[in-house]
Write a protein that binds this ligand. Structure first.
Ligand code: XIL
Length: 510
């Protein structure tokens, strides 16, 4: 029996004695049958009940009735991009497609996400423009639709590919200047197109009295880690941007174009990553969701459905994850049609629901806060995607406290290696990246010891074997990273709950 059916039967059974009582007492309150709490039958209604929107990317030639029926939010897939609507001086042109979409959304009671103001791609006549021209465009675009746009993607895809954690080395980011050479663009004397564009957008929204919220949007930023368990530096870089510019930024979009690229897989720490952004006080959106069928063994059935379920659940479990948008309606009309990554098949308004659709609807209907999935997780991991951190407890489960290690606490540093730690912290958690560097001779193995402050607990480790989870803990090399050449380095990391300030790692070589 499906869980929702079981739930409904339970509700009916529980409701029966009350109905009988009412009849006995003479009250005429006989219901016309049916469950007391009906499951919603569209994505938008089920999402709305859970306090979020469920939206879709759309184009003016695809505004079929199913758009307004199934979806409560609309993102213009291409019609609000600078190559459509911007002139070289930052004015507007050809806004008819965008207007059609905004009008359609309004008459169907859908929210609109404006997409997008500052982007290296599809920049059209703005390509190479100065910040002043970008600012002009930002003002014109925001003012044209005002509060009819609930969310604007102010800056899109600012970060480089391949998990470097760096800004793109492309216009408009080539306008950036790191005045004091400290490796970031956050200082008062620095130039940062992200900051300046958000400041401008914020001014325009304030001056116009609009309710519009301002978002930053990117891809490969969904997990705390990437395939294999290493840190997701792109996600960490986005986190730093949001933390530094929190006063201008209202929302973060995780594009969530999931596929079998090692940096684009669905990791088990998706929810934890959503949570750490949410803890900064911003709304988080899954803004362009599609899930390649490669992620479930070329499966557009149960495997893909379970992947969708996982993503929807991660969002539902974080109160400030306020919306999910799929990047198109049907597989064949998708920008990546060969991936068969969406919720419907069919075309031209005649769409058939896939297993993934039913999974999403079911998960939305369960509402927020269900931390234990009622359906089994993906049983067969896809061959190209080894399960990431299978030992990691679900992020919302209280951390398992293991007994204190029996090894003596911090021993004096042995010759042969040194270790440094860099921390990425948020309210209630952290990721520590530890760099182990060999001394003047090569080493064949290493152990790093450190003492966590009270209240901090390790929940997940990558590229090392951990012993102990709180207090004095130690990490030693795994098979592939024990040998480090003279003066060379290797990195491992761990994630934890609590605060991990003042860590002093001590390295011993073997
Ligand atoms: C894509 C559209 O879906 C395509 O039709 C277009 O040819 C290229 O852009 N990230 C984004 C979106 O922010 O704007 C992109 O949309 C997909 C990736």
């Amino acid at each position: 029996m499906s869980s929702s059916l079981r739930q409904r039967r339970t509700i009916i059974r529980a409701a029966l004695p009350a109905a009988v009582l009412m009849l006995v007492s003479g009250a005429v309150a006989v219901q016309s049958g049916g469950p007391a709490v009906a499951a919603e039958t569209t994505l938008r209604a089920a999402a709305a009940k859970a306090g979020m929107f469920f939206g879709v990317a759309a184009s003016p030639n695809r505004l079929y009735p199913s758009v307004g029926q199934e979806f409560g939010q609309l993102t213009p897939e291409n019609d609000m991009k600078p190559d459509r609507i911007a002139t070289s001086s930052g004015g507007l042109q050809n806004t008819s497609g965008a207007d059609t979409l905004v009008n359609h959304a309004q008459s169907n009671n859908m929210l609109v996400r404006g997409h997008t103001l500052v982007w290296h791609s599809q920049a059209g006549a703005l390509q190479g423009a100065s910040q002043a021209t970008l600012n002009t465009f930002i003002g014109n675009a925001i003012n044209r639709w005002g509060s009819r746009i609930a969310y604007w993607d102010v800056v899109n895809e600012a970060l480089e590919d391949n998990n470097t954690g760096r800004r793109r080395n492309q216009w408009p980011h080539t306008m950036n200047r790191d005045a004091n050479g400290d490796g970031d663009f956050f200082d008062a004397g620095d130039t940062d197109v992200i900051r300046d564009s958000f400041i401008r957008a914020r001014q325009v929204v304030q001056a116009g009295g609009y309710t519009t919220k301002l978002c930053i949007n990117d891809y490969d930023v969904e997990g705390l880690t990437v395939q294999g368990g290493g840190p997701n530096r792109k996600a960490n870089a986005l986190y730093d941007i949001v933390r530094n510019y929190r006063q201008y930024i209202d929302c973060v979009g995780f594009q969530a174009h999931f596929n079998d690229n090692p940096n684009s897989v669905i990791t088990n720490d998706l929810q934890a990553n959503i949570q750490r952004f949410a803890d900064l006080g911003v709304e988080v959106h899954i803004s362009e969701l599609d899930i390649d069928d490669d992620l479930s063994n070329n499966d557009i059935g149960a495997g893909q459905a379970e992947n969708y379920r996982k993503v929807v659940r991660a969002c539902l479990n974080v109160a400030k994850c306020t919306g999910i948008t799929v990047w198109g309606i049907s597989d064949s009309e998708s920008w990546r049609s060969s991936e068969r990554g969406l919720l419907f098949t069919g075309s031209n308004g005649s769409y058939q629901k896939k297993a993934a659709y039913h999974a999403v609807l079911d998960e939305l209907n369960k509402g927020r806060g269900t931390t234990t999935p009622t359906t089994p997780p993906v049983t067969t991991p896809p061959p190209t995607t080894p399960p990431v951190d299978p030992t990691t407890p679900p992020p919302t489960t209280p951390p398992v406290t293991t007994p204190p290690p029996t090894t003596p606490p911090v021993t004096p540093p042995a010759a042969g290696c040194s270790a440094t730690v860099s921390l990425n912290s948020w309210n209630g958690g952290f990721v520590a990246t530890v760099r182990v560097t060999a001394g003047t001779s090569p080493i064949n193995g290493w152990t790093v010891r450190l003492t966590l402050p009270s209240g901090a607990t390790v929940t997940n480790t990558w590229n090392a074997n951990a012993s102990g989870a709180s207090g004095a803990v130690q990490f030693s090399n795994v098979a592939y990273n024990g040998a480090v050449g003279a003066g060379q380095s290797t990195e491992f990391g761990f994630q934890g709950t609590g605060a991990a300030t003042g860590l002093t790692p001590v390295c011993a070589a073997s």
